[in-house]
Design a protein around this ligand. Structure first.
Ligand code: HAM
Length: 428
């Protein structure tokens, strides 16, 4: 019996890596331009950390966490809580009043797997801790938009404000009163949520609930003056930064720690899994977790979803060649010369392939092709007697003679120069 991967846990195969690296490279570069620093965090945390931050009455904490109940530890379902735990534990606020941090890695949620929804998935997560200014919210959204633009992806940005501890209770009461009138029309899940976490009803995907909440009160009509001004300022700065967005007062997010600004980057190309990135402000959470009373805002992009979108693009990511030069050898003497040259080339920074199994030239050329090699240096016994090899440009199929000098370093320099030239002409 073959052992297969667990449902919802996916291998990222060598063929997928070019896209994953592109996503990470683009995002890391944009983080650097925005003065974000990387932080790496453990995958296991105390269960209580997630229960206290994400919220006891959320789907994540109620049913999606991978928890070792005997040890009271959980595989992180998201990065924000872990990052804050680390921030508080190491007193990171002492060294800088504003900390801009990012982290990349796997998260775990026991959801029903489908396209774009996995049980182990990866996030690129960004958090700005220490500032409540609306400019920070807008700048973060502009940064997310920049990532999508530079990856060549289209997405729409939806924003909302969830108010604060002062104004949300009045909205909650208005919503509960509204939902009470139509209890019988709500789906079973929402009947339960209307008492445990009524805001989540606004987010239900069932058409009957959607129809019902279309007339529900809007949080935006219940914001206190401070939250209202903050949200208007966020919109002002989004306009100033030329970031396009729409207001969606039904957006409540699946994590309870948010206050004020929330946002989602959405796509129409991934069916039900429309959110490719999402986040918001969570002032008060750090204090609630035992840290200083610092405001903060952040978001996370889902790498699998970005990757699916890039795969679908006709002009998506071209994988990099695996070799600059492939050395095809025919015969034992050629193999000696070729292998020495291959290792010297690698030591000088060249990407070099060689096959030692004595295959025919045709078979070796096939391997070179599969390696996407730019150049193949063919070393045969006869050529070797003349101190020569054949150099084949895999793009143009042109062949020329290459003089093998006794000084191996000279051969390397010459080959690397030719390969760099091939690279520039193909890129032009
Ligand atoms: P989230 O909305 O739960 O927010 O997840 C953010 C993104 O992670 C989603 O938009 C999606 O792209 C991806 N994602 C979530 N669940 C899955 C899944 N099961 N399979 C594949 N991708 C998934 C958070 O996690 C917050 N911590 C974001 C944040 C950071 N808020 C403030 N700072």
């Amino acid at each position: 019996m073959k052992i297969k991967a667990i449902n919802g846990f996916k291998d990222i195969l060598p063929e997928d890596i070019a896209i994953w690296r592109t996503i990470e490279t683009v995002c890391r570069d944009i983080f650097a331009r925005h003065a974000f620093r990387e932080i790496r965090l453990p995958i296991l945390e105390k269960t209580e950390l997630f229960a206290r931050s994400i919220g006891e009455a959320t789907d994540i904490v109620e049913k999606e966490m991978y928890t070792f109940t005997d040890k009271k530890i959980t595989m992180r379902p998201e990065a924000t809580a872990s990052l804050l735990r680390s921030f508080i534990e190491h007193g990171l606020h002492v060294s800088r009043p504003i900390q801009k941090l990012f982290t990349v890695g796997p998260m775990f949620r026991h959801e029903r797997p489908q396209k774009g929804r996995l049980r182990q998935f990866h996030q690129i997560d960004a958090e700005v801790i220490g500032g409540s200014e609306p400019q920070i919210d807008a700048e973060l959204m502009a940064m997310g938009q920049m990532m999508l633009n530079e990856l060549g992806l289209d997405a729409s940005l939806e924003i909302n404000s969830l108010g604060c501890r002062e104004c949300r209770p009045s909205f909650r009461s208005a919503l509960v009163a509204f939902l009470d009138k139509s209890q019988d029309k709500l789906c079973d899940n929402c009947k339960r949520r209307s008492t445990t976490n009524p805001l989540r009803v606004l987010d239900c995907k069932k058409q009957s609930c959607r129809d019902l909440v279309a007339d529900a009160p809007s949080i935006l009509d219940h914001l206190c003056d401070e939250c209202d001004t903050h949200f208007k300022q966020v919109q002002h700065y989004l306009d100033l930064f030329s970031v396009r967005y729409t207001l969606n007062h039904f957006m409540v997010r699946g994590l309870d720690y948010y206050c004020r600004t929330t946002f989602e980057f959405l796509t129409g190309d991934l069916g039900a899994q429309a959110a490719i990135g999402a986040g918001g402000r969570y002032d008060g959470l750090i204090e609630q977790l035992g840290g200083p009373p610092l405001p903060a805002v952040g978001f996370a992009m889902g790498i699998e979803r970005l990757s699916l979108l890039l795969q679908n693009k006709a002009d998506g990511v071209t994988p990099e060649p695996e070799s600059d030069i492939f050395i095809a050898v025919l015969g034992e003497r050629a193999e000696q010369t070729g292998s020495k040259l291959a290792n010297a080339l690698r030591a000088k920074g060249g990407r070099c392939g060689i096959d030692y199994s004595g295959r025919s030239l045709k078979a070796q050329m096939k391997i070179a092709n599969r390696n996407r090699a730019r150049l193949v240096l063919i070393i045969g016994e006869q050529e070797l007697d003349k101190g020569e090899a054949i150099l084949r440009d895999m793009q143009t199929q042109e062949q020329s003679s290459f003089t093998l000098k006794s000084n191996i370093a000279e051969n390397c320099t010459e080959l690397l120069k030719i390969s760099a030239n091939v690279l520039t002409t193909t890129e032009l």
